[in-house]
Design a protein. Sequence first.
Length: 103
Amino acid sequence: MRAVVLFLIIIIALKCDDDDDDAPTCTNAKGEKVENGTKWIDRGYVKQCIHIENEKQSGTATIIVACLSRYYQEIPINTEMTVRGKKFKCEKNGNITSLVEVH
């Protein structure tokens, strides 16, 4: 059995447009529209991984931006997220952070 990794998930409630369940439209915390991404995850699309830094965290964290059950989730770098049997994680290579599917 894999070791359990504890990590902080910050959930920010966001609005999703349910007019078209196959292609929901999301807004971020500032109310700005977020375009659909390319990877399907639980009725939403992963958009990108974004660097965030603040005084409460040492170093840089990364988030997966997705319209997931009307929420965005913040996931630290290299933390795996399993959705509907597929594993995803954010990876940082230099200054580039990308979402990858774990096989």
